[in-house]
Design a protein around this ligand. Sequence first.
Ligand SMILES: *Cc1c(COP(=O)(O)O)cnc(C)c1O
Length: 406
Amino acid sequence: MTLTEKLIDKEKQVSAHNYSPLPVVMSRANGVWMYDVEGKKYLDMLSAYSAVSHGHCHPRMVKVLHEQSQKLCLSSRAFYTEVLGPFLEKLCSVSKMDQALPMNSGAEAVETAIKGARRWGYQIKRIPENLAEIIVCERNFHGRTSGIISFSSEPSYKKGFGPFMPGFKTIPYSDAKALKEAITPNTCAFLVEPVQGEGGLYVPSLGWLKEVEKICRENRVLLIVDEIQSGLGRTGKWFASNYEDIQPDGMTIGKALGGGVFPISALVGKKELMDVFTPGSHGSTWGGNALAAAVGLEALTILEEEHLIERSAKLGIHLLNRLKGLKSPLIKEVRGIGLWAGVEIDPQKARARTICEMLVKRGVLSKETHETVIRFAPPLVIEQSEIEWGIEQLVWVLENYKPENS
Ligand SMILES: *Cc1c(COP(=O)(O)O)cnc(C)c1O
């Protein structure tokens, strides 16, 4: 047995099987490169689903984590800290929001948004008690809590986990007419991803979000955008919703907010929404802890000072053009925006999972989603030559793919 086999065997014995990892055991990482326990090197084109947008172990992230950890990590929100205010001020400034409520995971930020929207519905819009409705989209991904999976349209996320939470209505993505028709006097919010990542990288038609904003305003419905994966430069703007110049009422942020070193998330919003939270109504022991706040502030500062968002826009065009130019019969469609691309594989001809496994053997990390889409989301610090090298490996795999590999 090799060391890799031994470690995989061990993890399989003691870890619940809620993932099916690619057969490689990681040991360390730096920038866009990861190294397995055998010393083999891989180009990371997944970035932990965009949580490692700054690149692995960014020196400034490691430094702030180290320094803050020696000073103050956790005080609980029973006290003020010197770092939380400056962090949330920066977060509100880049998202153009009034206030923030810090949590840890993305799913917690979404749960916070759901609670806030419902309470706003009862207290401000005067929806009768317990009748508030939230509209969501087909193919959505907002996390894995029992509340959030209640409105997922993916059967594998839900099977065996009922009964589900009521109060959600599902409409097709990128369909303004469906939104208009779904709204009732009891609708408190429309919760939507400006680009659907986990769902398979769907970029909505331009103008749709602007129209959504107008429909929400006219009907007094909150517009809450989930920018956990699409935000913080991934699409080539601070937030994907910036492409439409809209002003949402609430926004969830996570993943890259932790700079690849520590989990941090937040709901940011307009005062009218955030004001519904009163002492005792919501909280989290670790939410907004001093270590997270210092890390989050540095993560935002680095995006700005290292021009990573402009980089994502520029290199993203290159990545997308290169992928769209690939002439492989296995590819059905290429979609994307910024440094975020999905290559849809024709399921009649190949398995996306097998292609990902072959890519790993060639030293490129990516991950299939929904069985047919290969997603590329490299750290924003990637160089054009490294993208080129990754594409070359993909070309090799597409040319050498044999159905018997599956
Ligand atoms: C990843 C993700 C979440 C959930 O975040 P976790 O940190 O995994 O809980 C929610 N919404 C979107 C759009 C995501 O991509």
